[in-house]
Write a protein that binds this ligand. Structure first.
Ligand code: ADP
Ligand code: MG
Length: 677
């Protein structure tokens, strides 16, 4: 009996397997049909010929024509991967992951095998990987280990028009290695027509244009400026849903919080519309959206329903969602801005450029005629919007990039082959900061500290904090803090109906006014003590997903500590040691309390405030060190820890003099103290 049961099982198994295979087969065939229907497909052979013939090729094609998903596959089919990997860079992590997932499906292989992706703190590749999608920042880091990219046969710098900082630096580096690696093929691909600029930069490289098919798009403007673009966007989306013919809607918003708010309000208002209205499926997409949910935006909309995608800029050119017929464009995006004089960086909601507005509108006309609703006036469009977005290199802190270039042995930064050079003040500011952090010596050469810092894929101040933890014998605690800080502000969960409970739970970690950094450490260690319990996260209003990401990040930092030969030492009870390590990295971010409860930054005096979410918001210590500034209604310091002013002079004597940190409180100290160093 047993034997026959087993046989029966086996039969059933085989049967299921066969059925699965034939289903997989038809899905696979369908994907192959889809591949052939992309505009790119007709130019496959011509493109391969051009790549064969020229070392560097600029490729231009409308978003959605198949550049990112198809070209690497063509190269694989043509045998390029026999000589080395094909690497394809993306400015955004979600794009790298999602595109790699799609290509692995199209090739019928498991993600992480032949097709993989690599983003910061997450490497989904293996020895088998021949098509590697990665963020531009990751390829930049690969230069540190492999300065000639010997393991690659082709590098495709994709989404070149985005002009991110990393992409701009990559341009200079790949152009350089192409000279002594004639076998390396270089593809620069872009969705916009400013290809001439790329061609000029790459010594007049030929331009391969893939003729786009774009249907007409009707542009609608508002008659008067909108006071509240978020509300206007929601109202417009619902109006489209109720009055317009079938077709999905794409709304461009500026970030995760805004998208979550919009989703909540929309759900609420849909309920108010009653049951006669067709189903409206809301799909958010932003950088930190969990992977499982990312796939949802690509699922076909069921018959009779309508999909509304709430997206950040990621849907402008990086991701193409089929079926979009209506675009709502409030005209804003979140953009970094940097003041090289003060060294302050902030993320601001900023009007987009005309080029962006046109890309956004174009998303509605991909598969048929579309409509774009601009929530600003025609006058605004023509008179107020810049033609193009300023490349990131001209509006950001360069310390990270300068440290990277120095570690690659590139010393003469002023003469680096930039496509558009950064402001020289910003370069000087970066050199100054790296010098202050002891990453560079007076001659601008990399020090041992700097070499160690460069191993960490983090901002220099965070890397310095980690390297300094060796001295204070608390590296174990510090990498937990660094990992938690890298996750951003999605650790604590604060549902609207349980805010009091959530705030109480959060305050437990702040007992003793230890400051936000140490509170983060406590969250991490408590979670670890429960053996990474999900239940514990629920009970404490902690987002388990963020914690898992922190754990992965921490694991990688632990590996890097070993690489730079820093011993892993836990010292959780010596708060002073931990705070001194933090100060060693963040001393340029120190601030002192004013009489009115605001703070003044010490080096470049500016008025700032403790963010209301900080555990120290009610405590107001005299001196603090902060992780970052965010500008909302005021300039806020986020993640704040108390420090003793004499530490500044002790830790950074080249940066702070006694007079900087003397105030009534230090004067009250017994003579000699704080003056000792
Ligand atoms: P381009 O790089 O030229 O903008 P892509 O290669 O990204 O074009 O996209 C080609 C096609 O593949 C598009 O129709 C897009 O909808 C589809 N596609 C890309 N990524 C995914 C995905 N993750 N899931 C489903 N379809 C996808
Ligand atoms: Mg693309």
């Amino acid at each position: 009996i047993k034997a026959s049961v087993m046989d029966g099982d086996k039969f059933a198994d085989e049967h299921a397997e066969l059925r699965e295979m034939s289903m997989a087969q038809s899905a696979f065939e369908k994907l192959q049909e889809e591949r052939k229907s992309l505009p790119m497909y007709r130019y496959r052979d011509e493109l391969l010929d051009a790549i064969e013939k020229y070392q560097v090729l600029v490729i231009v094609g409308e978003t959605g024509s198949g550049k990112t998903t198809q070209i690497p596959q063509y190269l694989h089919e043509a045998g390029y991967t026999k000589r080395g990997k094909v690497g394809c860079t993306q400015p955004r992590r979600v794009a790298a992951m999602s595109v790699a997932a799609r290509v692995s499906q199209e090739m019928g292989v498991k993600l992480g095998h032949e097709v993989g992706y690599s983003i910061r703190f997450e490497d989904c590749t293996s020895d088998k990987t021949v098509l590697k999608y990665m963020t531009d920042g990751m390829l930049l880091r690969e230069f540190l280990g492999e300065p000639d990219l010997a393991s690659y046969s082709v590098v495709m710098v994709d989404e070149a028009h985005e002009r991110t900082l990393s992409t701009d630096i990559l341009f200079g580096l790949v152009k350089d290695i192409a000279r002594f690696r004639p076998d390396l093929k270089l593809l620069i691909s872009s969705a916009t027509l400013d290809a001439e600029k790329f061609s000029d930069y790459f010594d007049s490289a030929p331009i391969f244009k893939i003729p786009g098919r774009r249907y007409p798009v009707e542009i609608h403007y508002t008659k008067a400026p909108e006071a509240d673009y978020l509300d206007a966007a929601i109202v417009t989306a619902l109006q489209i849903h109720v009055t317009q013919s079938p077709g999905d809607i794409l709304v461009f918003l500026t970030g995760q919080e805004e998208i979550e708010t919009a989703e909540e309000i929309m759900k609420h208002r849909i309920r108010g519309l009653g049951t006669k209205i067709a189903e409206l499926i809301i799909c958010p997409i932003y950088a930190n959206l969990p992977t499982e949910l990312q796939a949802k935006i690509f699922e076909p909309t069921p018959e009779g329903a309508r999909k509304v995608v709430l997206a950040t800029n990621i849907a402008e050119t990086s991701l193409t969602i089929d079926g979009i017929k209506y675009v709502i464009d409030p005209g804003f995006c979140k953009m970094k801005s940097y003041n090289p004089r003060t060294g302050m960086e902030s993320l601001l909601v900023t009007p987009i450029s005309k080029a962006s507005a046109n890309q956004r509108a174009g998303r509605s006309g991909r598969t048929g005629p579309g409509k774009c609703f601009r929530l600003y006036t025609a006058y605004n469009y023509y008179n107020d919007l810049d033609d193009n977005t300023v490349p990131e290199i001209q509006r950001t802190n360069l310390a990270n990039v300068v440290l990277m270039l120095k570690s690659l042995g590139i010393h003469d930064l002023l003469h680096f082959d930039f496509m558009d050079p950064p402001p020289s003040e910003a370069l000087l500011k970066a050199l100054e900061l790296l010098f202050a952090l002891s990453a560079l010596n007076k001659l601008g050469e990399l020090t041992k500290v700097g070499r160690r810092m460069a191993e960490f894929p983090l901002d220099p101040m965070l890397s310095k904090m980690i390297v300094a933890s060796e001295k204070y014998k608390c590296s174990d605690d510090i990498i937990s803090i660094a990992a938690m800080l890298s996750i951003g502000n999605s650790i604590f969960y604060r549902p609207k109906d349980k805010q009091v409970h959530a705030d109480n739970a959060r305050m437990n970690f702040h007992a003793g006014n230890v400051g936000d950094h140490i509170a983060l450490l406590k969250v991490y260690s408590s979670w670890k003590e429960t053996n990474y319990s999900t239940q514990w996260c629920y009970e404490n209003y902690i987002q388990v997903r963020s914690m898992k990401r922190a754990r992965d990040t921490r694991d990688q930092l632990e590996g890097l500590l070993e690489r730079v030969e820093i011993e892993l030492i836990a010292n959780p009870n010596d708060l002073e040691a931990i705070k001194k390590s933090i100060t060693s990295g963040f001393f340029p971010h120190s601030a002192r309390l004013q009489k009115n409860g605001s703070y003044r930054t010490v080096k470049h005096p500016q008025t700032v405030h403790i963010h209301p979410s900080s555990g120290l918001a009610q405590v107001l210590p005299r001196w603090v060190v902060y992780h970052e500034l965010v500008l909302t209604s005021k300039e806020y310091m986020r993640q704040v820890t108390e420090l003793k002013p004499e530490w500044l002079v002790e830790i950074a004597p080249h940066y702070y003099q006694l007079k900087d940190v003397e105030d009534s409180s230090t004067k009250k100290m017994p003579r000699g103290q704080g003056r000792a160093s």
